[in-house]
Design a binder for this molecule. Structure first.
Ligand SMILES: Nc1ncnc2c1ncn2[C@@H]1O[C@H](COP(=O)(O)OP(=O)(O)OP(=O)(O)O)[C@@H](O)[C@H]1O
Ligand code: SF4
Ligand SMILES: [Mg+2]
Length: 344
């Protein structure tokens, strides 16, 4: 594989730096969208989509970001890929501050960091064959000799289970096949990080497992890191090494897959995980799931103090006024709650 082979010469340097520097380090990211227009009462309200998110991702690791619709997952993905500008905070890729890189450097970084879109149908160009679209990334980045690119694109299509499909147009592929073509197009340039935003959201229930299994096989072969944004907790349970649980723009709990699914601590995580059938089956071992009352507040009018407090059965006066800091617990996970020990 050209893309992987070309990079092998600098692998020792990468391994040495991986021991000390995480592949991705996100520090206190904030994204505030200014108000589009004045409300009925003349007040303009800005919207804080991401309210101070920090995390690290190691080489070869998959971190899943889960949470209800509108909590800020895609915004985090877009900030990580520098597709939108943060209001505050920093993203470092391999130790390099992405806000400081110039255009020439971005060419390399674009190759290192790929996005797999939510909607594969709109991500593919209907006028080009899938082979041409997979090859396009190699052309843009000048990877390999022109004559080699066709073979390279076909090899990547084969790796995602689309051998022989290079000359087909997107409309002649099923939804799952389109999704795999999008994955092939992202992986062919040899990225080190792939942000998957609801990668299998639009597909039939039987297809996600196939697509994800193919991705995880490729991940093992290529040594990729994934930021995996998904609503689908059973899929996350299958692919994630660690899980970040997001609520109203903030990570409320970050832990290993086992910690989050088998022994969740934050009341919101308990509520979210308790809603999954497989977790319900285990709850006799791990305590009752927490039931939150009411609806998720609007991000235009977020509550003071802990953002979960209007719905949390364990809320105290302190929760109503003081935003809990995200603190590392003795078992290594991070929890943003004033009373994580009191949750039964
Ligand atoms: N360009 C924008 N301008 C203003 N507000 C925005 C913009 N993009 C997103 N938002 C708001 O930011 C918040 C977070 O949006 P985001 O797309 O990150 O949520 P999400 O967790 O990915 O949701 P979903 O699961 O539905 O995809 C939402 O309240 C959304 O309305
Ligand atoms: S800080 Fe308070 S309101 Fe927030 S989740 Fe913890 S107990 Fe509930
Ligand atoms: Mg989204």
């Amino acid at each position: 594989m050209i893309a992987a082979a070309e990079r092998e010469y600098d692998a020792p340097a990468r391994e040495a730096s991986a021991a000390t520097v995480p592949l991705l380090a996100v520090e206190d990211l904030v994204k505030v969208y200014p108000a589009a227009r004045a409300t009925l009462f003349g007040r303009r309200r800005s919207l804080t989509a991401v309210a101070g998110v920090s995390f690290e991702l190691a080489a070869g690791e998959t971190l899943a970001v889960v949470g209800e619709s509108g909590c800020g997952k895609s915004t985090v993905g877009n900030l990580v890929l520098n597709l939108i500008t943060p209001t505050a905070g920093r993203v470092r890729f391999d130790g390099e501050d992405l806000s400081a890189v110039d255009d020439a450097r971005w060419r390399d970084r674009r190759r290192d960091m790929q996005l797999v879109f939510q909607d594969s149908r709109s991500a593919l160009d209907p006028r080009l064959t899938v082979g041409a679209q997979v090859r396009e990334g190699l052309d843009i980045h000048g990877i390999g000799m022109p004559a080699e690119r066709r073979a390279e694109a076909e090899a990547m299509l084969e790796a995602v289970g689309l051998g022989g499909f290079a000359d087909r147009y997107p409309h002649a592929l099923s939804g799952g096949q389109q999704q795999r073509a999008v994955i092939a197009r992202a992986l062919v340039v040899g990225p080190r990080l792939v942000v998957c935003d609801e990668p299998v959201a639009a597909l039939d229930v039987s297809i996600p497992a196939q697509v994800v299994n193919q991705q995880t096989d490729l991940q093992a072969r290529l040594g990729l890191s994934y930021l995996f944004i998904s609503h689908d907790l059973s899929l996350v349970r299958h692919v994630a090494d660690r899980v970040a649980v997001m609520y109203l723009g903030a990570f409320v709990e970050v832990g290993t897959r086992r910690q989050i699914f088998d022994d969740p601590r934050h009341p919101y995580t308990r509520a979210l995980i308790g809603a999954v059938p497989v977790a319900r089956a285990r709850r006799s071992r791990h305590g009752r799931p927490v039931r939150l009352t009411g609806e998720v507040p609007s991000p235009l009018t977020p509550p003071a103090g802990c953002s979960v407090h209007p719905r949390c059965p364990f809320a105290t006066e302190r929760c109503r006024v003081e935003r809990p800091a995200a603190l590392r617990q003795p078992d290594g996970r991070i929890v943003a709650c004033h009373h994580p020990e009191t949750v039964p």
